[in-house]
Design a protein around this ligand. Structure first.
Ligand SMILES: Nc1nc2c(ncn2[C@@H]2O[C@H](COP(=O)(O)OP(=O)(O)OP(=O)(O)O)[C@@H](O)[C@H]2O)c(=O)[nH]1
Ligand SMILES: [Mg+2]
Length: 607
């Protein structure tokens, strides 16, 4: 039975192509907000870190009503590190809006999300967004999307997608570019007509697949997902089919449907809708809530494996416990376990050492977001350099590879190509469009890409665009050289002085301000050549052999280079750690003691 009064859709795209902005427009024009209600831009990006970074991190759903038809809309993130969110969201919907920037065209993540949608056989509406861009190249972009469908082996039905042109920012959609539409009406019409209502039967056995979890301070754990069949009611018993066992006699303490940005309490939920329930302990993503007598679980959600891991350590530095509330290995383990319940693309593994936990996920940004969230909650911890997850197949060691797409100006091609070949990248394609910009395509081991984004941006003076896409596992390519410069390391405890900082200016670049407390083994800057050095950065008095030019002149200190959390994660080497507290991020050597560090290095050289 088809539910004609419901539509379930997801918006998918490459990062920044305008998904969340389009949802704003759909919410506004469907009368979700009161006439003069002030609504902030990209209202679905409700998490602090989403607002600060201007990107969507977690998929979220909302619902609008159009001509008495309820449209559930899932807004998904476009950044590759959060691809797991897109994968699980596609379990909720009967069709997708594939959004493509009118100038940038389809990019790597467009390919990833479209592939996932085609694999699930979901109908697609193509939205060419940002048609107001002066550099738009609409017809070309449409052709590129056709090419992408062909490349992904779409069937004939799938390739006959309708197209709508939008300016999400102004809330305008057009079926033909010359139309004079001033609203999103044509888009709403297209959604209703092209994407069918869900096939669902209220009289069948209830089957509710949990696709995400939320926490509400009143009702506790809330599970969100699609009710595939049957109805769910308050005060009735249901069976929860988990990964390993069925738990019987579960009662719901609340049932919700979605309306705009709110959850509405109801007594009964109908099939085909995206819903939320509360009151069931130990509920997990992928579980099915179903009939108590005759449970019929749905297949669990499966998503791509993580490709990258980091070790989270208990902070054992000399300043540990001064700034954080939660420090122990138990604190860390509990918090990380909680995270894996909500975030299906994250795995954790306890190691032989009780104070170290292995965390694996999709990329450095996903890790940075998790770490930043934890420090804001009051956690203190240390993390290691990200490592790729290596596999052994038929006795062959394999590592994850990525396709890298670069758009940069001609003059930078040489240096970037050289930098990537050092990182064991291989050029697959070079396309010079004649306007001074060049498109390059490489295949690079994911390992070689760690820390590359920053370098790329510096080399191209911020003008280059870089995108990458996971491309499967290939044979291990051998050693990849690490950071070439050494670091400046504090050799004693104390406060950084202006005098010592000044003396450091021809040795490298400092990361920490004058007045900062340091400890021995803490990294205070990057040296301007190879090899680490331990320095006294707390020195007060002038040295007698100081060059007179600096000691006499009133010299102003160069501003220190403050590294963000993301930059620190890219920067640290294998023998280094990042110390993270709610107030500070410090870089340090794994081995703080200088003598032990030196003998360790000697030993490594000998081996
Ligand atoms: N000129 C123009 N800018 C737009 C349009 N739609 C969105 N933008 C801008 O594009 C930027 C990204 O918009 P978002 O809505 O956050 O993009 P997104 O696809 O949700 O991004 P992620 O969720 O991080 O993948 C914002 O600065 C928007 O204001 C449009 O139609 N025209
Ligand atoms: Mg978004």
């Amino acid at each position: 039975m088809r539910k004609t009064q419901i539509r379930n859709i997801a918006i998918i795209a490459h990062v920044d192509h305008g998904k969340t902005t389009l949802v704003d427009g759909m919410l506004k024009q469907s009368g979700t907000f009161k006439a003069h209600q002030k609504v902030e831009d990209r209202v679905m990006d409700s998490m602090d870190l989403e607002k600060e970074r201007g990107i969507t991190i977690a998929a979220k759903n909302t619902a609008i009503s159009y001509n008495n038809i309820k449209i559930n809309i899932v807004d998904t993130p476009g950044h590759a590190d959060f691809g797991g969110e897109v994968e699980r969201s596609l379990n909720l919907v009967d069709g997708v809006l594939l959004l493509v920037d009118s100038s940038e065209g389809p990019l790597p993540q467009t390919r990833f999300v479209l592939k996932k949608a085609l694999d699930k056989n979901l109908p697609v509406i193509l939205i060419i967004n940002k048609i107001d861009r002066p550099d738009s190249r609409i017809q070309q972009v449409v052709n590129e999307v056709y090419d992408l469908f062909i490349d992904l082996d779409a069937n004939e039905e799938q390739i006959e997608f309708p197209i709508v042109y939008t300016n999400a920012k102004s809330g305008i959609a057009k079926i033909n570019l010359e139309d004079s539409s001033t609203t999103l009406e044509p888009l709403f019409q297209l959604v209703i007509n092209h994407i069918k209502g869900p096939i669902a039967d209220d009289s069948k056995t209830p089957q509710f697949l949990v696709t995400s979890l939320d926490y509400d301070s009143y009702v506790g754990q809330v599970a969100i997902g699609r009710l595939d069949n049957g109805v769910l009611k308050l005060n009735q018993n249901y069976c929860l089919c988990g990964k390993d066992e069925n738990k019987y006699n579960n009662k719901l303490s609340a049932c919700y449907t979605f309306n705009g940005l709110e959850k509405i309490k109801v007594n009964q939920l109908e099939s085909g809708d995206i819903i939320a329930i509360a009151g069931i302990d130990g509920i997990n993503i992928g579980d099915t809530l179903t009939d108590n007598e005759e449970p019929k679980p749905l297949p669990r959600i499966s998503i791509d494996e993580p490709t990258l891991s980091m070790y989270f350590h208990v902070n054992d530095g000399p300043f540990s416990g001064q700034e954080g509330k939660f420090l122990t290995s138990r604190n860390l383990l509990e918090r990380l376990k909680k995270e894996t319940l909500r975030n299906v693309s994250l795995n954790i593994k306890e190691t032989e050492k009780p104070n170290i936990i292995e965390v694996s996920g999709r990329g450095e940004l996903q890790m940075a977001v998790l770490i930043e969230t934890m420090r804001r909650e009051g956690y203190e911890l240390m993390v290691s350099k990200p490592e790729v997850i290596v596999k052994t197949e038929n006795n062959i060691k394999k590592e994850p590879m990525e396709k890298v797409f670069l758009d940069l100006s001609e003059e930078h091609v040489g240096t970037i190509t050289e930098k990537l070949s050092i990182r064991k990248g291989r050029m697959l394609n070079l396309q010079n469009n004649g306007f001074g910009r060049v498109l390059l395509e490489f295949i690079v081991p994911s390992r070689g890409l760690i820390g590359f984004r920053n370098q790329f941006l510096t080399e191209t003076k911020g003008s280059g665009i870089m995108n990458s896409l996971f491309d499967g596992y290939l044979e291990w390519v051998g050693n990849i050289p690490q950071r070439t410069n050494g670091v400046l390391i504090a050799d004693r405890k104390g406060k950084i002085t202006g005098y010592a900082s000044l003396a450091m200016s021809d040795r490298g670049e400092l990361f920490v301000d004058v007045g900062t407390e340091v400890y021995p083994g803490m990294i205070i800057g990057e040296r301007n050549r190879a090899g680490d050095i331990d320095v006294n950065i707390t020195k007060e008095k002038k040295l007698t052999n100081m060059r007179s030019s600096t000691s006499e002149a009133t010299v102003t200190l160069r501003a220190v280079k403050k590294l963000s959390l993301d930059q620190c994660i890219e920067f640290i080497g294998e023998d280094e750690l990042l110390e993270i507290t709610p107030k500070n991020i410090r870089l340090r050597k794994r081995e703080l003691d200088v003598n032990k560090r030196h003998s360790l290095r000697k030993k490594n050289k000998e081996n």
